[in-house]
Design a protein around this ligand. Sequence first.
Ligand code: ATP
Length: 163
Amino acid sequence: EYDLAALVDSVIVDQRNSFIARGIRFTRVGGPLTVVTDEKWLRFILTQVVSNALKYTASGGRITATISDNSQEATLTLADTGIGIPADELHRVFEKGFTGTNGRNANQRATGLGLYLADRLSQKLGHKLTLTSQVGQGTQVTVHFPHLSFYGEKGTTLTKPQV
Ligand code: ATP
């Protein structure tokens, strides 16, 4: 069991130097919220998503983490105010080895493995990744935690890991 809010915050703290160097601010909305997951792998997934958000967002931008919970699932959305992904590339971002226009412009040696691995790991953990984006506005990546079991305590949501 891990508090999603504490986990997100610690992923951000780990990358604080990049936030400072790139002039990007972080805000979290919602939480605490307990989920059952594999902390190490969820940390890897979030690190990957946050490092993309940092890479593709200009100075003065913002990354927002929103934690919410309804009767079906808990969600964590990481939204950036960056350059966004062209509509015709959106359906390919989880492909193994896919590097988009943004990726190629940023780094000729981009591997295109970041989101592929994050997506595969999410599936293994019993979570799910979705991504939306608007060019010139920003990108939103959501980790979904389906409710497999409920516990009485308020604000506590448990999902069963399937590693
Ligand atoms: P690497 O994993 O080596 O950093 P990459 O960044 O190209 O390579 P992914 O993380 O899989 O690989 O991302 C795939 C593509 O999706 C990127 O090349 C980029 O074009 C686009 N992308 C991913 N995240 C964002 C984002 N937050 N904003 C804009 N574009 C993004």
